[in-house]
Design a protein around this ligand. Structure first.
Ligand code: 9MR
Length: 770
């Protein structure tokens, strides 16, 4: 039972002492090391399950949503007359504890006390929570074992206000400082600052606006924010966040969310070190949406790229249209001979397919069904959000740089159709063995050099054996396409739906036709995956959303993924693990679901959004990505984007602004607020990726060739040092630093369709949520 102190009891609380302010508090932080993770004393400390035990008194009302607890506080009263808190905290005398509060909103400093939960309310520790959005920590040594309470003294404001907690945590820890230790004054930072990492693409005026400092000290430092004319517009003190294992350095956070200034060419300064310049302005993401979407046209196979559309640097001849020296893709046969014998136990086929068109996967010129399917699905997902929320931009014709602009159809659908047509062509024709299954991929039978323009590729191309994963993934993307094309092209929608149904049945009949790992050594990537259950669930979900047919819902509900977790680390989904995509779309667009099922999937997405938000808020770089083993994965940047999309969906379901802010702040990382201070999106930020691994955008290898176009996402840090550049240059790298902007660094610096597609979706979400 929750014990709520009466206002009379509350009056016995210690009267407000004038706090010496946040600086004194930060001074305490200087002395401590981050405690190891330990037993949490406050139930539901991130407010994820709604089972927290907070009470309120003195007219304060509590409201709960995933990831936060909000307090509405009436005006007036003494500070201790309007309260919220939590009881029954069992502390051990002599033990050191860390109290962490992460709050948002508020209008005045709020005294926070840990005290005996009954008369005489003996105080054990006290700190002040400043208004704004930032975490506050206090380390103290407990002095008594009587059950304690945590109390926020909220009264005394001139008008009513709201303050929300995202985290209230009390843990025993190994902190080195006891309460009462003398405050340490902030230091100048001279010689202690390694890097001030900022979002070089700019901050939105209403924030969050934070930067991360890499330092050799855990003492708070003075910072200043300087505008384009050299004037200091704000100053303050950094918040030490301790050693970050992924950065391999001590981190500190600079929070300037509350600074109202706008303009360009701001920079931060600490101890004589300057950050890269950045702007603070609205409308930051509309251009990125267009650039990220326009990236797909020059990635197209089977069509000449026109300089007047893509930009003069990007004109090139059509690739793989059956013109020598190309040996594909208008008439491609199946892999034969030794390779087929080794990989597929002799499987081959007696037909050829016209598999021209589609997008080249990445820096290579292979075309793969699973990465193609998730990419087209994520573009369609961005479009579906635009259609259902009424945010018009992404439904427009003439938005992007592609040849169909002006044809009366949304550009996004034009681009998606280019890939869907190709995926349709990978399906095994009726009457052939494995009819209805989808070939896993088509690519060269030997790796080509960097650079090699698509039209110059001399290698033989071959179809690889169909796979269950490719077939279900195709069924999912085609089913989603069917419902989205229905408004503009019924015939095409019907073609897609019929192909999706055929594929779905074929994959069910061939449930374990997996692509082998060794396939990767034959001139293309393997996209190896020996679990098709998530693809099956995704396909059932999309087919059900499109058709409303009960059998399909029954299939989805029979899958282990129906009940499975939506909060998955390191990433909510990617080409290999796609169950989350199915659940996301059921939650957002599953209008035919029975109400209890819809509520179930929506709650799961809201919960996952809250979980990724908590992860994001714990990161000193503010990004929603942290693998459990601290090791960064291949394509880490897109994994972050996928987690952001879960927060975005949870925001769409709840309108909880904390989630929107979590997505915005995560974007900081991609645009430069990371351990390298480097923007992973070409053309965004003063120091941005320019040499992604590509056989065409190979300027670094041949100066007559272009760099990648603006809006190209680099794969990002990869702890596995797989390529030669990484092995030579990155030995011993801290996970976030396992990256080099070199064209040969294919394991960390490639570009790929399934990385730029979620970038389109995230940029579009951010552009549409002012
Ligand atoms: O993105 C893929 C990553 O998850 C895998 O671990 C890796 C090895 O199988 O392959 C990556 O995909 C590459 C594909 O195999 C070939 N085209 C480029 C892709 C991005 O690097």
């Amino acid at each position: 039972m929750i014990k709520v102190p009466s206002p009379a009891r509350a009056a016995f609380l210690a009267p407000l002492r004038r706090s010496s302010g946040p600086l004194a508090f930060l001074g305490l932080v200087a002395l401590i090391a981050l405690p190891a993770l330990a037993d949490e004393l406050i139930l539901d400390s991130h407010f994820r399950s709604g089972k927290d035990q907070f009470w309120a008194a003195g007219g304060v009302t509590l409201s709960r949503s995933p990831g936060r607890l909000c307090m509405d506080v009436p005006a007036g009263g003494q500070p201790w007359e309007r309260l919220a808190g939590v009881n029954d905290l069992h502390l051990s005398p002599g033990e050191t504890y860390r109290l962490t509060l992460r709050a948002e909103g508020g209008v005045q400093p709020v005294p926070v006390l840990v005290q005996r939960g009954a008369e005489p309310w003996t105080e054990q520790a006290r700190m002040t929570l400043s208004p704004g959005n930032h975490p506050a920590h206090l380390d103290f040594t407990a002095r008594e074992s009587d059950p304690a309470q945590l109390v926020l003294q909220l009264g005394g404001a001139q008008s009513a206000y709201q303050i929300c907690l995202h985290e209230a945590s009390l843990k025993p820890g190994l902190a080195g400082a006891a309460a009462g230790a003398p405050p340490v004054a902030p230091q100048s930072g001279e010689g202690k600052v390694q890097l001030i990492a900022v979002n070089q693409g700019g901050y939105l005026p209403d924030g969050p606006k934070r930067a991360t400092l890499l330092a050799t000290t855990d003492a708070p430092l003075r910072f200043k924010l300087v505008d384009g004319s050299g004037l200091r517009v704000a100053s303050g003190v950094t918040e030490p966040r301790g050693m970050d294992p992924t950065a391999g350095a001590m981190t500190q956070v600079i929070d300037f969310t509350d600074v109202p200034a706008q303009g360009s060419n701001f920079h931060l300064e600490v101890g004589g070190v300057r950050s890269e310049p950045f702007s603070i302005r609205g409308g930051l993401y509309a251009k990125l949406r267009v650039d990220a979407l326009s990236w797909f046209y020059p990635q197209r196979s089977g069509i000449a790229i026109k300089g007047e559309i893509a930009g003069e640097d990007y004109a090139r001849a059509a690739g793989h249209v059956g013109v020598a020296p190309n040996k594909g893709d208008t008439k491609v046969g199946c892999l034969t001979g030794l390779a087929a014998a080794t990989l597929y136990g002799g499987w081959s086929c007696d037909y050829t397919l016209d598999v021209s068109g589609g997008w080249y996967d990445a820096g290579d010129q292979g075309k793969y069904a699973v990465s193609g399917a998730i990419s087209v699905a994520q573009l369609l997902g961005a479009y579906e959000r635009a259609v259902t929320t009424g945010a018009k931009a992404l439904t427009k014709d003439g938005l992007a740089r592609l040849p169909e602009a002006g044809n009366g159809q949304p550009d996004l659908l034009d681009e998606a159709r280019w890939e869907l047509d190709f995926l349709l062509s990978l399906q095994v024709p009726a009457g052939k063995p494995l009819a209805g299954m989808v070939h896993h991929k088509v690519h060269d039978t030997r790796w080509t050099e960097v650079p090699t323009l698509p039209a110059d590729d001399p290698e033989m191309r071959a179809l690889h054996r169909p796979s269950t994963t490719a077939t279900f993934a195709f069924a999912a993307a085609a089913a989603q396409g069917a419902r989205l094309f229905a408004a503009s092209d019924k015939t095409y929608a019907a073609t897609l739906l019929s192909a999706a149904r055929t594929a779905y049945q074929a994959a069910k009949a061939n449930p374990d036709l997996y692509p082998p790992t060794s396939d990767g050594q034959q001139g293309g990537g393997d996209y190896q995956d020996d679990d098709a259950s998530d693809e099956a669930y995704w396909a059932a979900a999309e087919l059900f959303i499109t058709t409303g047919e009960p059998d399909l819902l029954a299939d989805a509900k029979a899958s282990p993924h129906w009940e499975g977790s939506s909060f998955v680390l390191p990433a909510a989904f990617d080409w290999r693990s796609v169950a989350g995509l199915g659940r996301l779309d059921l939650a957002l667009y599953g209008t035919a679901l029975p109400p209890e099922d819809r509520a179930f999937v929506q709650a799961a997405i809201r919960q996952a959004g809250a979980d990724y938000l908590a992860l994001q808020q714990d990161e000193p770089f503010g990004h929603a990505y942290h693998p459990e083993d601290d090791q960064y994965n291949w394509g880490s940047n897109q994994m972050l984007l996928q987690n952001m999309l879960v927060m975005a969906a949870a925001y769409d379901l709840s309108q909880d602004k904390a989630l929107l802010k979590g997505v915005r702040e995560s974007m900081d990382y991609l645009l430069g607020r990371n351990a390298l201070g480097f923007s992973y999106i070409t053309g965004y930020g003063r120091r941005s990726a320019a040499n992604q691994h590509s056989r065409w955008y190979a300027h670094q290898a041949d100066p007559s060739l272009p760099n990648p176009p603006p809006g190209t996402l680099a794969g990002g840090p990869n702890s596995a040092l797989l390529d030669e550049v990484a092995r030579k240059q990155l030995q011993g790298c801290a996970p976030q630093r396992c990256y080099v902007d070199d064209i040969k660094a294919w394991a960390s610096n490639e570009m790929a369709i399934n990385w730029n597609a979620p970038l389109v979706a995230v940029a579009s979400f951010l552009a549409d949520t002012p």
